[in-house]
Design a protein around this ligand. Structure first.
Ligand SMILES: [Zn+2]
Length: 386
């Protein structure tokens, strides 16, 4: 028996099937993969900044008729262009950036909490988009967190032409439990896909495809149909630039970065290549860890409560680092620990998971077998995080 949660994408059903791993039930979450548009919940209206347009439809508008019946990936299928360029005006994001952090208040902890005055991440802005295939009512977080995402995406957009950040789930407008996640409850958690390139090395819209130790993966889409597979590769420079910008944010303070060990290694190598500031490299090294669900298809970022929110009841998860305690002391406040209470995900059997996954073509089965290598605890000395 193992835990699974609702809203499985086909690939994540298979991941549960093959590895007996919950996407949820750990403090961090999984289920980063896109879900089918028909699974969208009814859309809520933002308090003030919700953009008016919904973006729907497939991310890879490729034609199956054009593909060879052998199932091999054709060159044209691999070259998936970005959907379109970023909007010239970014008024919705600018509106969010003008908000005061005092407008939102996180209450309780990431695994048992709520939020007042949450703000929605705009569906699209300069250098970013919310994944149109994720639930549109899960775009809410604290003002500081949404602002930090917008700022960091802009840094990448302005310093590295091309590419686009894809943000998956944040939380609900009032916080609380959210399907597919054990946390994401008090407006301080967000899932972010890695920047990806297609097989031609050009930026493409990100998808929640697990990546191997070389940073390569496959967007399998229909797991029974090899002809719609698209090869993808992590865009390490853009991904690291985004993380660096988030760690350098003037307001929001990152508490944890849940990510697979091999992705962490790649990003540390990139940090050395670009001679990133040592303080950022150390901070990144300290904050990153691989949970039991390995997060090889997305980051989960968690942010500390602000001093103001701590005074009103915001609780932090561990660890609370000495440098953060010192900063809070300077601000005259002591952090409060959220404790270990967490959401229990529903239980299903391996047989149920197998039935849900349906038929898997050979490459999918081979990939899932390979993936076992990094599903286990990375190596002695660095434990799983929770
Ligand atoms: Zn998450």
């Amino acid at each position: 028996m193992h835990r699974v949660v609702t809203r499985w994408s086909p690939l994540h059903v298979a991941l549960g099937l093959s590895f007996g791993v919950a996407t949820c039930g750990v403090a961090a979450c999984g289920a980063a993969n896109d879900e089918a548009p028909h699974a969208h919940r009814a859309q809520k209206v933002s308090r003030s900044q919700t953009p008016s347009r919904a973006q729907k439809g497939p991310e890879h508008p490729t034609s199956k008729q054009d593909r060879a019946s052998t199932g091999r990936i054709q060159k044209d299928d691999r070259a998936v262009p970005l959907s379109d360029s970023a909007p010239p005006h970014d008024e919705e994001a600018d509106q969010v950036l003008r908000l005061s952090g005092s407008e939102s208040t996180s209450l309780g902890g990431p695994n048992a909490g709520s939020i007042e005055g949450a703000v929605a991440l705009p569906r699209r802005g300069r250098g970013f988009r919310h994944n149109p295939r994720r639930p549109q009512d899960a775009r809410y977080a604290s003002v500081e967190v949404v602002q930090a995402l917008i700022r960091a995406a802009r840094v990448v957009h302005e310093t590295m032409d091309g590419g686009e950040l894809t943000v998956n789930d944040l939380g609900y407008e009032r916080g609380g439990p959210i399907p597919s996640h054990g946390s994401h409850q008090n407006g301080r958690d967000v899932d972010v896909l890695f920047y990806l390139n297609g097989a031609d090395g050009r930026p493409m819209p990100s998808v929640g495809a697990p990546l191997d130790p070389e940073g390569q993966g496959v967007d399998f889409k229909d797991l029974s149909d090899p002809s719609d597979d698209v090869a993808v590769q992590i865009d390490v420079p853009r991904t690291f630039r985004f993380v660096r910008a988030l760690l350098e944010d003037p307001v929001a303070v990152v508490q944890r970065i849940f990510v697979a060990e091999h992705i962490r290694t790649m990003l540390l190598r990139e940090a050395a290549r670009v001679s990133a500031p040592s303080a950022i490299v150390e901070r990144f090294g300290d904050l990153t860890c691989q949970p039991s669900y390995p997060h090889d298809d997305h980051f989960h970022f968690r942010f500390f409560c602000t001093a103001e929110d701590i005074r009103k009841g915001c609780l932090d998860a561990m660890p609370i680092y000495p440098w953060h305690r010192a900063e809070l002391r300077r601000l005259g406040v002591r952090p409060k620990w959220a404790g270990t209470r967490r959401l229990k995900a529903p239980i299903t059997t391996k047989q149920q998971a197998r039935r849900r996954a349906g038929p898997l073509h050979k490459s999918v089965r081979r990939w899932l077998a390979r993936r076992e290598a990094w599903m286990k605890q990375p190596h002695p000395g660095r434990r799983y995080c929770r």
